[in-house]
Design a protein around this ligand. Structure first.
Ligand SMILES: Cc1cc2nc3c(=O)[nH]c(=O)nc-3n(C[C@H](O)[C@H](O)[C@H](O)COP(=O)(O)OP(=O)(O)OC[C@H]3O[C@@H](n4cnc5c(N)ncnc54)[C@H](O)[C@@H]3O)c2cc1C
Length: 472
């Protein structure tokens, strides 16, 4: 889908890029470039090669590359680890991919202010481990933390398994160093707990999917590491019974770290994929409830209360575990569901709908109904405690491609419509990117969409920064 209004990347441009970042940080080799042509969305459907990849070493180099892109009118796509699930890092119009991968220095641990300062290319798990070794906690990370990078987390405002208690990435970002789409370097926010000094532009960048500039550094809020933890695994006959319990638990004042749901199809497929044998494979659905904190007695009290609620609300069995190995085995199943379904059928659409907590119980019967109507498997798993479900449309290997293409589109449109009718939105954490952009107009107010477009025009008048993302 080339856009002829952009200029080509000529040999002169390549030379200019080499002058800015050094020849060793410019990739033009076809084979190497291919790995920057896709993220974790289906490469065959969404992938597109860039003309050139640059891997700058510092903020000044990033700014100089962006200035060059403006001058020459060449599109530029920021990239972290490429673990995104909405096609955000795909250079749809070719041009330059600016990968932040070499800006991976941990810069400062400031205990007095309880913050860490890191370059945007630091792998999230490296940051989490480093601060954990100091007894501190970065709580706003996604479940892909072993691969993704802090800059990518900020750009997507990533959430994760712990969002019910701790919230998402944005809650922990106090400051951002940004290279604007015009190539200026600006510091937004700072080591401040409170800051209402003018518009909150830092928050505008969080979740802007690389369309409003390139994050080069972040100031990250830390909290004390929760030293105690226990997990409940509750089994239910049906997903509906499992999910009905979520609002009950949350309304009782218990603050679980997470409440995850896995339906039977998800558990069986993933256990097979991992060669794991949870003894609970044959229940209709399971809830995985994590409770953590610094006070063991408090956790004990919450555990007992949550366990009683499970039993009183239809759980057929309730297991409490404080054994780290068992906890890890169960969470490993949860973390690997998406990968397992890719092996079962690589043709699928991993969705990310989010509904208000009180409407969670209503979505499950709708998914079952749509699955039957369109002959599509829709395993249901995800962050039940915050209303964010990864209902995934998976092609049955026996269905013809032609039939799948028709049914997938119709099913997706119906899914989004039902989600909207329940007061929900089409993405809770993976973003719009290019995968969902054509549906944005159907789910948000036209005035809101107009304001979003006006923001984009004001920040990026030449439309060179990650063009084609979010907006159709
Ligand atoms: C197995 C698996 C599990 C996942 N689990 C979760 C989960 O629990 N929660 C969740 O929210 N997501 C999850 N994701 C999705 C993904 O990991 C997150 O969106 C993550 O934040 C992306 O980070 P990244 O570094 O890979 O970014 P990329 O994929 O490289 O880029 C994502 C977007 O951010 C932009 N971007 C990247 N770096 C920068 C930067 N420095 N400045 C400006 N823009 C930038 C890109 O242009 C793109 O639009 C999962 C993905 C996988 C494959």
């Amino acid at each position: 889908m080339a856009n002829s209004s952009y200029s080509p990347v000529t040999q002169d441009v390549i030379e200019a890029l080499k002058n800015i970042v050094g020849a060793g940080n410019v990739i033009t080799n076809d084979e190497k470039i291919e790995s920057y042509s896709h993220d974790e969305t289906e490469a065959a459907v969404y992938g597109h090669n860039p003309d050139v990849v640059v891997t700058p070493l510092n903020t000044e180099q990033v700014a100089a590359v962006v200035k060059l892109a403006n001058e020459k009118h060449i599109p530029i796509t920021p990239r972290g680890a490429g673990s995104g699930l909405s096609g955000g890092a795909i250079p749809e119009y070719g041009g330059i991919v600016l990968s932040i991968e070499k800006m991976n220095k941990f810069l400062e641990l400031d205990r007095a202010n309880m913050v860490a300062v890191a370059e945007a290319g630091v792998v999230t798990n490296d940051l989490a481990t480093l601060v954990q070794n100091e007894g501190l906690f970065f709580a706003g990370y996604p479940m892909s933390l072993q691969t993704c990078m802090i800059g990518g987390n900020i750009a997507e405002n990533a959430g994760g398994g712990k969002a019910v208690k701790y919230g998402v990435t944005g809650r922990y970002i106090l400051g951002i160093e940004l290279v604007t789409p015009l190539g200026d370097i600006v510091q937004l926010g700072g080591k401040l707990v409170k800051d209402v000094t003018g518009y909150d532009l830092k928050s505008l960048i969080i979740g802007s999917e690389g369309t409003l500039g390139i994050v080069t550094k972040a100031i990250i809020k830390l909290i004390g590491y929760p030293t105690a933890r226990a997990d409940i695994l509750a089994l239910f006959k049906t997903p509906k019974e499992a999910i009905d319990l979520v609002p009950v638990i949350l309304s009782k004042g218990i603050a679980p770290t997470s409440i995850e749901i896995m339906d039977q199809l998800s558990v069986i497929t993933t256990c097979k994929y991992l060669n794991e044998s949870l003894p609970y494979e044959n229940c209709g659905a399971m809830l995985l409830i994590e409770i953590d904190g610094t006070s063991a007695p408090q956790i004990e009290m919450d555990l007992v209360e949550a366990g009683k609620l499970c039993e009183a609300n239809g759980a057929t069995e309730v297991y409490v575990t404080e054994d780290k190995n068992n906890i890890e085995r169960i969470w490993n199943v949860r973390r690997n569901i998406a990968e397992a379904f890719k092996v079962y059928s690589p043709i699928q659409s991993l969705e990310d709908i989010v509904v208000p907590i009180s409407r969670i119980p209503e979505i499950i019967p709708e998914l079952e109904r749509m699955g039957e109507k369109y002959g599509i498997k829709i395993p249901c798993y995800g962050h039940a405690g915050d209303g964010n479900l990864h209902a995934t449309l998976v092609k049955d290997p026996d269905m013809s491609m032609e039939q799948w293409k028709k049914n997938e589109v119709e099913c997706l449109e119906e899914l989004y419509k039902v989600t909207g009718d329940l007061g929900g939105k089409i993405s809770g954490e993976h973003g719009i990117g290019l995968k969902r952009r054509k549906y944005l107009k159907d789910i948000i107010d036209p005035v809101e969409l107009g304001l979003m477009r006006a923001v984009k025009r004001a920040w990026d008048p030449n439309n060179i920064m990650n063009p084609g993302k979010i907006f159709a």
